[in-house]
Design a protein around this ligand. Structure first.
Ligand code: UDP
Length: 315
C-alpha cells in the first residue's frame, strides 16, 4: 500500500511504448504506479525492468471490461489503444472499443476515486488537415468510414466523453493530442515509419516509402513528449493541448537522413500510399509553450541516434 503522502497513478496501456516511459517518469517522481494492459500491442519487455519494484503493480486486463481497483487512485492516465496504422487496421473493433468503452470505464474509475484524468489523444483528430500547422481549435478533416476512421473517430469520441465528464461530473480532466513520437521501446515491426526505416537500413533491405514521399511528419523524441504530458497532468488546464516537435520533414527527407546516419547502402523503393494518409502534419505548440512552459529540447539528430542504437540491439 502507498504511504499517505505518496500519490498513486493508474496507467492504462501500461506496457505500451509511451505508457511505459510515462510509468518510469512517474516512478522517478515518487509516484506509486498501477499498470493495466491486455498485451494486444503492448509488450512485457517494456515493463520487465519494473518487476520487484515495490512502487509498481501490474494488472493484466482489457480496459473495456469493468475496472476494479481496491485502493485509492489519484491520477488515471488513459493510454490504452492500438496506435500504429497497421495495428488499428488489424484490430479495428478493439480500437473502437478501447476508445469508447475503455474511455468510459477509465473516466468512471477517475470519477469514483476522485482522481485526475488524462486522455492520450492524437493528432489523428485533425485527420488529413486543411490548416497547417495544426492548432487545437481546428476541428479536423476526418473520413469517418475510411480505414483510419476506427482510430480517429474512437479518439474523437474519447475526447467528447472526457469533456462531458469534466462538464457534467466535474472530473478534473486533461487531453493531450500526441503527434508522431519515436524512441526506444517502439516495436521494430509496428509498421510506423521510424522503426520501419531504421530496421530496413540496419539490415540492408530497401526503405519502403509510401507514395512519392512528399507527405510530411514532425517527429518528437519520447522524453520530450513525456515531459509535456507530466506537466499537463499537474496543470489546471482542461482543453486539448498539442504535444509534439514542430520540426517538419518529408518522408523522403526522413529516409535520406536514416540512410546517412546509419551509413546504410539500402535502396529506396516506393509503395502505394495508404488510404487517407495525411499529406502534412506539424503541431502548433503555442498553447503548450504558454500553458505548460514546455517545448521540445532533444534535437532530431540526438534522439534518432539513441533510437538507432536501441534498434541495433533488437535486430
Ligand atoms: N510510411 C512510409 N513507409 C513506411 C511506413 C510509413 O512511407 O514503411 C509513411 C506513411 O505513409 C506516413 C508516414 O510515413 O505518411 C508516417 O507513417 P506512420 O505509420 O509512422 O504514422 P502516421 O503519422 O501515418 O500515423
Amino acid at each position: 500500500m502507498s504511504t499517505s503522502s505518496q500519490k498513486t497513478a493508474l496507467v492504462t496501456g501500461g506496457a505500451g511504448f509511451l505508457a511505459s516511459h510515462l510509468t518510469d517518469r512517474l516512478l522517478s517522481e515518487g509516484f506509486r504506479v498501477i499498470g493495466i494492459d491486455n498485451f494486444i500491442t503492448g509488450s512485457l519487455a517494456n515493463i520487465e525492468h519494473l518487476s520487484g519494484n515495490e512502487n509498481y503493480r501490474f494488472i493484466k486486463q482489457d480496459v473495456t471490461q469493468y475496472l476494479f481497483v481496491n485502493e485509492p487512485v489519484d491520477f488515471v492516465f488513459h493510454f490504452a489503444s492500438p496506435a500504429s496504422p497497421i495495428d488499428y487496421l488489424e484490430h479495428p473493433i478493439p480500437t473502437l472499443k478501447v476508445g469508447s468503452l475503455g474511455t468510459h470505464n477509465a473516466l468512471g474509475l477517475a470519477k469514483a476515486k476522485k482522481a485526475r484524468f488524462l486522455l492520450a489523444s492524437t493528432s489523428e483528430c485533425y485527420g488529413d488537415p486543411l490548416i497547417h500547422p495544426q492548432t487545437e481549435d481546428y476541428w479536423g478533416n476526418v473520413n469517418p468510414i475510411g480505414p483510419r476512421g476506427v482510430y480517429d473517430e474512437a479518439k474523437r469520441f474519447a475526447e467528447a466523453m472526457t469533456m462531458a465528464y469534466h462538464r457534467y461530473h466535474n472530473v478534473d480532466t486533461k487531453i493531450v493530442r500526441i503527434f508522431n513520437t519515436y524512441g526506444p521501446r517502439m516495436r521494430l515491426r509496428d509498421g510506423r515509419v521510424v522503426p520501419a526505416f531504421i530496421g530496413q537500413a540496419l539490415t540492408g533491405q530497401p526503405l519502403t516509402i509510401f507514395g512519392d514521399g512528399s507527405q510530411t511528419r514532425s517527429f518528437c523524441y519520447v522524453s520530450d513528449l513525456i515531459d509535456g504530458i507530466y506537466r499537463l497532468a499537474l496543470s489546471d488546464f482542461h482543453e486539448p493541448v498539442n504535444i509534439g516537435n514542430p520540426r517538419e520533414m518529408t518522408i523522403r527527407q526522413f529516409a535520406e537522413e536514416i540512410l546517412r546516419i546509419t551509413g546504410s547502402h539500402s535502396q529506396i523503393e516506393t509503395h502505394p500510399l495508404p488510404v487517407d494518409d495525411p499529406k502534412v502534419r506539424q503541431p502548433n505548440i503555442t498553447r503548450a509553450r504558454k500553458v505548460l512552459g514546455w517545448e521540445p529540447k532533444v534535437a532530431f539528430e540526438d534522439g534518432i541516434a539513441t533510437t538507432i542504437d536501441y534498434f541495433r540491439t533488437r535486430i
